[in-house]
Design a protein around this ligand. Structure first.
Ligand code: 2AM
Length: 172
């Protein structure tokens, strides 16, 4: 099972990001990530056996992550796969800490693949043919998060479908 840990945007923000994706596609081409699939990946776990998915779900249901926030205010581009994304130009210390703590827990469960660098971003377009430019609107969107999700990515010919398997608990 292809798995990842992610934050998913609250509904209002999700809708605003969906609108941004439409605007971005008009300028950059490519394929839009469907609105209900928008997310911020904290840890990509790759293919994992089903038993481990269960272990990871049980583990995440016992984690109370510290709620936090970050601020979306910039466009970004990963040239090679043609990814157009939105992220933050401000320090993302709380997210970096959260990502590091999650990987420490994952490694204790035997998961490998902690990346050297973490660039928090929300992918809006894939296979874009042009980078985002000044014609795209300025972004000013706060995102308050409370829970991390374990998501199963089912890859089909139509694209990836995401299914949430487990969520962290809210701190007391
Ligand atoms: P992306 O949006 O930057 O492509 C589910 O596939 C999520 O995991 C996506 O958000 C994707 O990030 C990320 N992802 C997919 N393959 C990855 C890989 N090989 N390494 C790191 N992250 C990956």
């Amino acid at each position: 099972m292809r798995l990842f840990l992610a934050l998913t945007p609250p509904d209002g923000l999700r809708a605003r990001l969906g609108k941004l994706a439409e605007l971005a596609q008009a300028h950059c081409g490519g394929r839009r990530v469907p609105e209900d699939s928008l997310h911020l990946t904290l840890a990509f776990l790759g293919e994992q056996p089903a038993e481990r998915a269960k272990t990871l779900g049980d583990w995440l249901r016992q984690q109370a992550v510290r709620p936090g926030s970050w601020h979306l205010d910039r466009w970004g581009h990963f040239q090679r796969p043609g990814i157009v994304w939105v992220g933050s130009s401000r320090p993302t210390t709380a997210l970096q800490t959260l990502q590091g703590e999650l990987w420490t827990g994952l490694e204790a469960l035997g998961v490998k693949g902690r990346p050297e660098r973490f660039i928090p971003h929300i992918t809006l377009l894939r296979k874009a043919t042009r980078p985002p430019g000044p014609e795209l609107p300025c972004i000013d969107m706060p995102w308050v998060y409370t829970r991390v999700e374990l998501i199963h990515s089912v890859v089909t010919q139509q694209g990836s479908h995401y299914r949430t398997l487990a969520r962290s608990i809210l701190p007391e």
